[in-house]
Design a protein around this ligand. Structure first.
Ligand code: GAF
Length: 385
């Protein structure tokens, strides 16, 4: 995986705008070991920042124009700081963040910005959150905004809600901003307390297979899932007023509501209740080095996401099954929001190449599609380059 340097970005900026940028920011993508669709339910997640990252080079302007250049698409978008509105393009991840600075009371000046990176788009590895975090971090430096990382995370999340229209949780931005090499982070999405968990993989590697599909349902169904979970919690609160979020629901409480809530709402709730418990147990597996037990939990997560939460797709199911057919794969599941993107696989050392070959061949032969493969290398969070 090609890592970009300061001089790469400086050169790119000069060719797009002439002159030099004031600053360059790198912000990573993320994987999530376990704890999917739990963040907006105020539960737990276990993500890690990865070496694939977004890079932005920014220069302040003296007027109120914003000029953006996405090098990877060779596309330019211009806007005016006085009229920031969603465009329905990649530019929203930048403009949405500028809008949040304005909402926080900062007069955002015009700026020129070049963006590039190596996080595959639509792969479930949070390329959009990485852009938002890079821009938030960069503007904060440029304007002397004085926001801390957590405030920047919240601004990035709010930008996604307001400009991209996805009511996402906080995991992706948090992982990008707070990542730590060789560690995952156990984040409590309610209190926002977190601790780093060493990712000692005890003779295993994490491998990602990109399905290379992104079904159009992704954003709309994501918001529907969130709404279904909210409906489930509201219903259960009528009988159990102490419930604040899904994590306060026990399996017994949920069972009492079977047949008393819409079938889909019940299925979504049962997945989330189980997933929170699975994640907490998975942390023990990681700590004790029991990766076989961790793998079993990853498989259960995939089954839940596919059957109860219904956010998988034939391509992801196929990739997970194809990997698990190999005895050296301890666990496999889809990662991220779903409806496409990657699977994450726990593969025993010494078998990585063989598993990659087997799964890639099967995907081509049975699904007539090519998978891209990434071996996970963890990384530190957002920083100046
Ligand atoms: C997407 C969202 F952006 C996250 O907040 C999270 O909900 C994830 O899907 C599913 O776990 O990446």
């Amino acid at each position: 995986m090609h890592t970009l340097s300061r001089s790469d970005l400086t050169r790119l900026f000069a060719s797009a705008f002439e002159g030099t940028p004031d600053l360059i920011v790198r912000s990573p993508g993320r994987i999530n070991l376990i704890g999917e669709h739990t963040d907006y339910n105020n539960g737990f997640v276990l993500p890690a920042a990865i070496s694939q990252a977004v890079y932005v080079a920014i220069r302040r302007r003296e007027d109120d124009r914003i000029h953006l250049y996405a090098a990877d698409y060779n596309e330019r978008v211009s806007a005016n700081t006085a009229a920031l509105t969603p465009t329905g393009t990649w530019a929203d991840y930048v403009l949405g963040v500028a809008d949040q600075f304005q909402k926080a009371g900062h007069a955002v000046p015009g700026f020129d910005l070049v963006m590039t990176g190596n996080i595959p788009a639509g792969a479930g590895l949070s390329s959009s959150a990485a852009i938002e975090c890079a821009v938030a971090f960069g503007l904060n430096e440029l304007l002397g905004g004085g926001f801390d990382r957590l405030q920047l995370v919240k601004m990035a999340q709010a930008a996604e809600h307001a400009f991209a229209g996805v009511r996402c949780g906080i995991m992706d931005m948090f992982a990008s901003m707070f990542g730590k090499k060789d560690h995952a982070m156990l984040l409590d999405c309610r209190s926002l307390e977190y601790r780093y968990v060493p990712l000692t993989m005890e003779g295993h590697h994490l491998v990602l297979f990109n399905s290379n599909v992104k079904h159009s349902l992704a954003s709309s169904e994501y918001n529907v899932r969130r709404q279904e979970c909210e409906e489930g919690v509201s219903l259960m609160q009528t009988e159990y007023p102490a419930i604040r979020d899904m994590r306060d629901v026990t399996l017994e409480m949920l069972a009492a509501f079977k047949g008393r809530m819409p079938v889909n709402v019940f299925k979504r709730c049962s997945y989330v209740v189980n997933e929170n418990a699975r994640l907490l147990a998975a942390c023990d597996d990681l700590q004790s080095g029991d990766l076989a037990a961790l793998g079993i939990k990853l498989n259960a997560t995939h089954a839940g996401l596919s059957q109860a939460y219904e956010v998988s797709c034939p391509e992801l199911d196929f990739l997970a099954d194809a990997a698990l057919a190999h005895p050296a794969v301890a666990g496999a599941r889809m990662v991220g929001g779903g409806f496409g993107g990657c699977t994450i696989n726990l593969v025993r050392d010494g078998f990585v190449d063989e598993v990659i070959g087997t799964v890639s061949d099967a995907y081509l032969q049975k699904m007539d599609k090519i998978t891209e493969v990434y071996q996970v290398v963890t990384a530190d969070g957002t920083s100046l380059l």
